[in-house]
Ligand binder design. Structure first.
Ligand SMILES: Cc1ncc(COP(=O)(O)O)c(C=O)c1O
Length: 401
């Protein structure tokens, strides 16, 4: 059966050139990058080359990049590293400190903030508007004398909506507050310049940009003191203890290089054209649907669409049986399907949020993949709606029995 993968915001395939760049570090170049002999020097050189490549992708110095195990660790290192540092700009320590975040963050940030609250911090969660955008003026109004950190994402993982991070960076600088942005879903899809953003910390993840799972990086602006999460050796300039994942880091370096090339060559724009064709094709063919996060800037690979009178999970399964992989933002907790916190924050009711599907493209996707989705989705929606009592004007089964 033909299979088309349009769930690249969940994870991307490792590109052949990335795999090729990693392969020698599993076999002939296996040394510990901290060893002073030949084998260690080879892997150390690979790690430093990758650091340069990642630094170029985000516009910083190589020494400002810390390799991590992925986006979750980068977010945690930024948030807990800063809040427990004791070297905060106004000299206060953790209990009683104030943090500003948003209601639409990934759980790597949201649950870190919940943990901060459990440890005595106050957190303000800024709400987004109906398009999924945070108003920088709300961030400005939320700043207090004891605010230590603003952590607001660059691109949302469910809708692809881009946040006004440059404006938030300005507000953070004026207020002398640290600013972290989770750029996991932005890297490789839009240009990133940490100086223009004005952030002190920025996290990225390998597996969202065609490098492997289990590797990532955190930009730490020079002079930003972070308390490490792990205690051990002096790896990564004492910011992240643990022997480096050299193959993963080499892969991330190659993926960063390809990401820059893709942005410069128009490859990313072509991906945006495919996304647009998919989106307008579906909107044109299907009634009672619309884009979540329309009318604002989005990363070019993502579209999140609600299809009223369809149950999202049943839809994902029906498409999967026909070979198309997409996803719903709904999370299954204790047997009940919770609607996505991002979509409900945008004001969607539970039914519409549960009827929403994310299509996310990657560099491997082709025009034929979009044709495949355009051929499959409308007929699957029709079939599922046939079963919907609301759509057919029938009473729900439970009510009629
Ligand atoms: C916006 C965002 N932040 C953080 C993460 C976590 O990254 P990782 O899976 O590398 O831990 C993800 C993963 O989905 C994400 O989309």
């Amino acid at each position: 059966m033909r299979r088309v993968y349009l769930d690249n915001n969940a994870s991307t395939p490792v590109l052949p050139a990335v795999l090729q760049a990693m392969q020698p570090y599993f076999t002939e170049h296996f040394g510990n990058a901290s060893s002073i002999h030949h084998h260690g020097q080879e892997t150390r050189a690979a790690v430093e080359r990758a650091r340069e490549a990642v630094a170029l992708l985000v516009g910083c110095r190589a020494s400002e990049i810390v390799f991590t195990s992925g986006g979750t660790e980068g977010d945690n290192l930024a948030i807990f590293g800063l809040l427990s540092s004791g070297l905060l700009r106004s000299g206060l320590v953790r209990g009683g400190d104030h943090v500003i975040s948003s209601t639409i963050e990934h759980h790597a940030v949201l649950n870190s903030c919940k943990q901060l609250e459990a440890e005595g911090c106050n957190v303000t969660y800024i709400r987004c508007d109906a398009r999924g955008v945070i108003d920088p003026e709300d961030v400005r109004r939320a700043v207090r004398p004891n605010t230590k950190l603003i952590t607001i994402m660059m691109a949302n993982n469910e809708t692809g909506v881009l946040q006004p991070v440059e404006a938030i960076g300005k507000i953070a600088a004026e207020a002398d507050v640290y600013f972290h942005t989770d750029a996991v879903q932005a890297a490789g899809k839009v240009a990133i310049d940490v100086i223009a953003i004005g952030c002190d910390l920025l996290s990225i993840s390998g597996h969202k940009m065609h490098a492997p799972q289990g590797v990532g990086a955190l930009y730490v602006r020079k002079g930003t003191h972070l308390q490490p999460l792990f205690h051990g050796g002096r790896h990564e300039r004492s910011r992240r203890a643990g022997t480096e994942n050299v193959p993963g880091i080499a892969g991330l370096g190659k993926a960063a290089e390809l990401a820059r090339e893709g942005l410069a060559s128009g490859e990313v724009r072509r991906m945006g054209d495919l996304r647009d064709r998919l989106e307008s094709g579906l909107l044109g063919e299907i009634e009672f649907c619309g884009v979540n996060g329309a009318d604002t800037r989005r990363v070019p690979n993502t579209t999140n669409i609600y299809f009223d009178h369809v149950e999202g999970e049943a839809f994902v399964i029906a498409l999967d049986l026909k070979g198309l992989a997409v996803s719903t933002g709904a999370a299954c907790s204790s047997g009940a399907l919770e609607p996505s916190h991002v979509l409900t924050a945008m004001g969607l009711d539970g039914d519409r949020a549960r009827a929403s599907i994310r299509f996310s493209l990657g560099k491997q996707n082709t025009s034929e993949d979009v044709d495949f989705a355009l051929g499959l989705v409308p007929e699957t929606i029709s079939r599922l709606r046939e079963l919907s009592p609301v759509y057919n004007g029938k009473k729900p089964l439970a009510a009629s029995s």
